[in-house]
Each structure stands twice: as structure tokens, then as C-alpha cells.
Design a protein. Structure first.
Length: 462
């Protein structure tokens, strides 16, 4: 980065200061870390620490070319802004899971209060030519708060989750305010054309008095903004390198040995109701019933590190999954085989990529997902001479690009079971053909392309 270009200031709810052997906390952290690695800049946000005092910080940690600037938040902010409006209203509404909405007016006030606090603390770090890139649904009001305080820097927003059509969004109390806040940005980025089209349905409503000038420029009160599609990618070479490196390790070899010649089906997801884990287990049960032969051929390993403990829906799904995996294991287990290995914890990144490489099938079946990086990582981790098969939900953003996966409807157990049966028996030539087409897409639109395109749009207006 040359200084005349101005620094890149990334803002997200959580800042993930890289630590060796510690799993990153999800897709946003993985994407942002990779984006910052080459470019450098500042990453500003919450440290993850909850205090009993007033919110403190920012504290600066410099690693390589990046300053990690973190703040703490207090207990009521955490409950109202984070667990409350962000994760009990915005998360479900963006994933079209309206039954999960739990609204409380105090949470909405907390959400606004914390965004104002983020803006105040961020301002102390800003220089006039910085460009500011805000991430995700927790921080929709940030640009509007910064503008009110007189900040004139260019500010962009990228949404990592799906954007809902107006018919869903209007279920969220406060949605008019959110739409007005979105119009305070210079650039808005979404994962897929469907998300952009959904945003357009909201702009068409008489809420903010904005209109599309063409398919990406929107005229808003007081100016123009660009809304466009920036599908997030991965660092393909890095994933491939980690997968190769891990393959030779004792840990991965032990996993392979324990499979006793069976094919491994792998699922890796934060424990979240949007990831379709319950539906996935039931579809796997359907496979074992419908294709009894498969009972001699496969083992499912589901890795599901818990997240958002303290939000009731997350505690409930955790209990429900323990029950259903136990029931399926009880129904089908033999003295030398357990059908589901359910790991309720994270695995470090390098061995995880090794597990992907050794898995004959990647099973990625969210009921809704902005993109889904696991699908992309699974493909990038494969051995090109003997690649596995990706079974992918039609409702993940990744399905737009990875059209050579076996695309299934996660709500249809038979469809998923049939997809798995096809994957189990797929000949090498077809596996290679599908892999080659998908790896080409991943290489063309990798993490550098994502970051470069967004930063260019933010710097230059398109
Ligand atoms: C949001 C959007 C969008 C998961 N478990 C472990 C682990 N992970 C890593 C994966 C992957 C990342 O976390 C998860 O990313 P996803 O994209 O699959 O899902 P979300 O966390 O929901 O991310 C999503 C993403 O933002 C980016 O825009 O794609 O739609 O919801 O990198 O590998 N990593 C390790 N151990 C685990 O147990 N090391």
C-alpha cells in the first residue's frame, strides 16, 4: 500500500488477532485476515472481552503490517447489542428464519448505543485520507454515526450474510432505520446477485426516497452510492498447502486409519440453526435407510464448534443435535462402526484442511448462507488426482459459483440422501471433471480478487 492511497481501516464487530493453533471465529474473520495480510492497515472492533465497567479502549496490537485496535464492551451492551438485536433479530431475518426473531426495544436501543460508541472510539484513530470498510450486520448504523460526527472519509459496507427481500426485512422492528443507515455508505457489497436484487426490493419501497440509476448506482438523498456483488473467495494456494502439509501428519493418518477403508463424509459448521445441521443428520439417516449398502461404505464426521452461548435458540439446537446424533448412532451402530462422529468443538485450521483432503465427500447443507467458505475450502483442499465430491445446498451463496457441486435442497431428505449416494459411487473421471471446473472458479475469484475489487470500488467509486 502506498501512503498516498490512504490506509485501509477495517471495522467489524469482533477483531480476531491471529494466534497460532487457535481456530478463527468464523468466515468473516478468515476472510478479513486473509484480506489484510497483503494489504495491511488497521482492524478495529470488539476484543471479545466483556467488562463490568464502562466500555474501554482502543488498545493497539501491531503484528506485521496491521494494527489491531480493540475495544471492550460492557455486559448490558453485550446482551442488548450483540446477543439481542444483532443475533436475535438481524441474524434470523437475514436468513429468512422469521420464527427465530426475539425483539426487545431495549436491545434495539443498545444496538444504536453501541454503534455510536464504536464511531466515537474509531474517530480517534482516523486520518483524513483513510478509507473505511465496515463489515456485517452488527454495524449497519456506523457510517451514519460517523457522518453525523463530521467524518467525510469514504465508507463502504460489506454484508457477510444474505440480504433479505423487503417482505422478510419488514418483519424486523427498526428496518426503516436500517435502510436509511445503509444509504449513508458510499459502497454496499453483497455476496450474490440475489442479495443485490433483494436489496433493490427494499429501495423500491417508499422508505428512504432512493432509486436505482442503473443496476448498481443508487441515487440517495444527498448523493449517490454504489451497490454491487462481491462474492468472497478464499486463498486457494494457502488452503491447498495446508491440506498437503497436514496429510502427512500423525493426526490425519490416525483419522484415515480409524475409518477402516470407509469413505469419510465431512461437515464443518459453527453450531448454528442456519447451517441445517438437524436436517443434515436426518438426511444422513435417510441415506442409511434407503441405501442399506451405504452402511458398509461411509462414516459421517460432523465438526460443530458452539457459538453464541447465551442465545437460547443456540442452546436448544445443541441439545437437539446431541439427541438426534445419539439416536441415529443407537439405531445403526455395529460393534466395529459408529455412523456419526459428532465433535462439539473446533479443530485447528491446518489439521482441518487435512481432514477435508481425506474426506471423500464434503457435505455443506445450510438452510440459508451468505456464501459458505467451508464449501470453497473443501474443494481447494482436494488432491487433484483423486478429488472428493462436494454436496452443496442450493440455498448457500456458494451454489451460484460452484455449479459443478452436487446441488441439493437441504429441506428434502431424499434429495440429500440421493446426492450422497451419487457422490459415494461417482467415478474418478467425473470427480476430476467437477473438481477442475470448480477449482478454476475458485482461483479466478479468490480472496485477493474480492478485497481488490471492493477496495477499488471504495477508493475510486467503481
Ligand atoms: C459468515 C457467513 C460467509 C468452522 N469451524 C471450524 C473452523 N471453521 C471455519 C471454516 C471457515 C469459517 O470458519 C466458516 O465460514 P463460513 O463461510 O462457512 O460460515 P460463517 O462463520 O457463518 O461466516 C457466511 C462468511 O461469513 C464469509 O463472508 O461465507 O455465509 O455466515 O473458514 O473453515 N475453523 C477451524 N476449526 C473449526 O472447527 N480452524
Amino acid at each position: 500500500m502506498s501512503t498516498s492511497d490512504g490506509r485501509l481501516v477495517i471495522v467489524s464487530n469482533r477483531v480476531a488477532i491471529p494466534e497460532e493453533n487457535k481456530p478463527a471465529g468464523g468466515g468473516l474473520a478468515v476472510g478479513v485476515l486473509a484480506a489484510l495480510r497483503d494489504h495491511g492497515g488497521i482492524w478495529f472492533g470488539w476484543s471479545g472481552e466483556v467488562t463490568d465497567r464502562e466500555s474501554g479502549g482502543p488498545d493497539i496490537t501491531t503484528i506485521g503490517n496491521t494494527d489491531y485496535a480493540t475495544i471492550q464492551i460492557n455486559r448490558s451492551d453485550y446482551e442488548q447489542y450483540y446477543n439481542g438485536y444483532s443475533n436475535r433479530v438481524l441474524w434470523p431475518v437475514c436468513h429468512y428464519l422469521l420464527d427465530f426473531i426475539r425483539y426487545d426495544q431495549a436491545d434495539f436501543e443498545g444496538y444504536r448505543r453501541v454503534n455510536a460508541m464504536f464511531a466515537r472510539k474509531l474517530m480517534s484513530l482516523l486520518q483524513p485520507d483513510d478509507i473505511i470498510w465496515v463489515h456485517d450486520y452488527h454495524l449497519i448504523p456506523l457510517a451514519s454515526e460517523l457522518r453525523s460526527a463530521g467524518i467525510e472519509n469514504r465508507i463502504g459496507f460489506f454484508l457477510h450474510v444474505p440480504f433479505p427481500a423487503y417482505e422478510a426485512l419488514r418483519a424486523a422492528p427498526g428496518h426503516e432505520y436500517l435502510l436509511r443507515c445503509l444509504c449513508a455508505y458510499d459502497v454496499l457489497g453483497f455476496h450474490t446477485p440475489r442479495d443485490l436484487a433483494a436489496f433493490e426490493t427494499c429501495i423500491r419501497e417508499p422508505v428512504v426516497g432512493a432509486e436505482f440509476e442503473d443496476n448498481r448506482v443508487i441515487r440517495v438523498p444527498g448523493g449517490k452510492l454504489i451497490a454491487d456483488v462481491f462474492p468472497i473467495g478464499i486463498d486457494v494456494d494457502e488452503v491447498r498447502g495446508m491440506a498437503e502439509e497436514a496429510s502427512g501428519t500423525k493426526r490425519v493418518k490416525k483419522l484415515v486409519k480409524s475409518l477402516d477403508e470407509r469413505q469419510l463424509i465431512i461437515g464443518v459448521d459453527r453450531l448454528d440453526y442456519s447451517k441445517g445441521l438437524m436436517q443434515r443428520m436426518l438426511a444422513y439417516e435417510r441415506l442409511l435407510e434407503k441405501y442399506p449398502n451405504s452402511q458398509r461404505l461411509v462414516t459421517l464426521m460432523q465438526i460443530a464448534p458452539p457459538t453464541r452461548a447465551g442465545v437460547r435458540a443456540y442452546d436448544e439446537i445443541r441439545n437437539a443435535l446431541e439427541q438426534v446424533s445419539g439416536r441415529i448412532n443407537g439405531r445403526f451402530a455395529e460393534s466395529d462402526w459408529v455412523p456419526i462422529r459428532y465433535l462439539n468443538k473446533g479443530v485447528a485450521r491446518v489439521p482441518l484442511m487435512g481432514f477435508f483432503r481425506k474426506a471423500a465427500i464434503g457435505l455443506v447443507t445450510p438452510v440459508r448462507d451468505g456464501m459458505n467458505l467451508v464449501a470453497k475450502e473443501y474443494v481447494a483442499a482436494q488432491d487433484p488426482e483423486d478429488p472428493g465430491v462436494l454436496v452443496l445446498s442450493s440455498l448457500a451463496g456458494a451454489a451460484v459459483e460452484l455449479t459443478d457441486a452436487l446441488i441439493v435442497n437441504p429441506h428434502d431428505r431424499d434429495d440429500v440422501a440421493d446426492g450422497l449416494a451419487t457422490a459415494i459411487n461417482m467415478p474418478l473421471a467425473e470427480r476430476k471433471r467437477r473438481y477442475e471446473s470448480m477449482i478454476e472458479v475458485l482461483g479466478r475469484n479468490d480472496i485477493t480478487a474480492w478485497r481488490t475489487r471492493f477496495v477499488d470500488a471504495l477508493r475510486n467509486g467503481g
